[in-house]
Design a protein around this ligand. Structure first.
Ligand SMILES: NC(=O)c1ccc[n+]([C@@H]2O[C@H](COP(=O)([O-])OP(=O)(O)OC[C@H]3O[C@@H](n4cnc5c(N)ncnc54)[C@H](OP(=O)(O)O)[C@@H]3O)[C@@H](O)[C@H]2O)c1
Length: 252
């Protein structure tokens, strides 16, 4: 169990659901402060119950498809209000299956806005000259195993995640001298609302996924554990990398 101190403050996006929500609960249980971003207020509000002390948790409603240009300023405002961040976990993301034949470029642009550009804008905001993030900070970005696969119909999602990993590696080399680390985690399939919303979701699809993951289908805890490692000082010599956490999915 990782332990964080009062004043260890983390920004978490996608905090209202799935992996981001589990990361918030894990951080709160470990004593860290969390400033959560998401769209679903009811779900964000219910995270308050996981806080050990009331000042440990705050949330803000932001829709990344509407506000990419403002995200840097939003981060500065949050850092002014709550204090510098010790790091961030960027878990917000959207998934869409669309073969080339029916690909809609405007929709693709929206996916890039959420999965790629918003994350870059947030990291830019965190790393601004006025130090919204502290020395020794760690940023963990949730990519996907899809970044290195070529599944039919997945081009929108896969391309957005591959670009995300490349962008984060470039940024990692720029900010290392400021003592800021940035790493990605690329999960295999994890049981979350994102998976359940896939049009192909069915008992047979689930069974096939179980078979394709030698260690079984992922749980949100399977992802939040390595997130905690990458946030902690135990990973202080790791930056610019992607950790594949996929239960052996990519062995096949
Ligand atoms: N589940 C998997 O199998 C899997 C595998 C590999 C990678 N991933 C990645 O893991 C991350 C978390 O996904 P998940 O599985 O936990 O899915 P999820 O339960 O659907 O959660 C997605 C989160 O992203 C937020 N989000 C989506 N669009 C947004 C927007 N326009 N503005 C602000 N927030 C937005 C959602 O907010 P609201 O709830 O407020 O809508 C939600 O909190 C994603 O980046 C995903 O690509 C998931």
């Amino acid at each position: 169990m990782y332990k964080f101190n009062n004043g260890d403050r983390y920004l978490v996006t996608g905090a209202s659901s799935g992996i981001g929500r589990q990361v918030c609960m894990h951080l709160l249980q470990a004593g860290a402060e969390v400033v959560a971003l998401g769209r679903n207020e009811l779900s964000l509000q219910s995270l308050t119950d996981s806080a050990l002390r009331p000042e440990q948790f705050a949330y803000h409603l932001v829709d990344f498809s509407q506000s990419t240009n403002q995200l840097g300023d939003i981060i500065t405002e949050l850092a002014k209000r709550y204090g510098k961040f010790s790091g961030a976990v960027l878990a917000a993301g959207t998934h869409n299956l669309s073969p080339l034949k029916t690909l809609n470029i405007d929709h693709f642009r929206k996916t890039l806005e959420i999965n790629l550009l918003s994350n870059i804008a947030i990291v830019q905001g965190l790393c601004r000259k006025n130090h919204n993030i502290g020395q020794g900070a760690s940023i963990v970005v949730i990519s996907s195993i899809a970044a290195r696969r070529s599944d039919k119909g997945a081009l929108e999602y896969s391309a957005s995640k591959a670009a995300l990993e490349t962008a984060m590696r470039c940024i990692a080399s720029e900010v290392a001298s400021k003592g800021v680390r940035i790493n990605c985690i690329a999960p295999g399939f994890v049981q979350t609302p994102m998976l359940e919303k896939m049009p192909v979701y069915s008992p047979d699809f689930l069974k096939k996924l179980e078979q394709d993951h030698p260690l079984g289908l992922g749980t949100v805890k399977n992802i939040s554990q390595p997130v905690m490692f990458l946030l902690s000082a135990d990973s202080s010599w790791i930056t610019g990398t992607t950790m594949i956490v996929d239960g052996g999915y990519s062995l096949a």
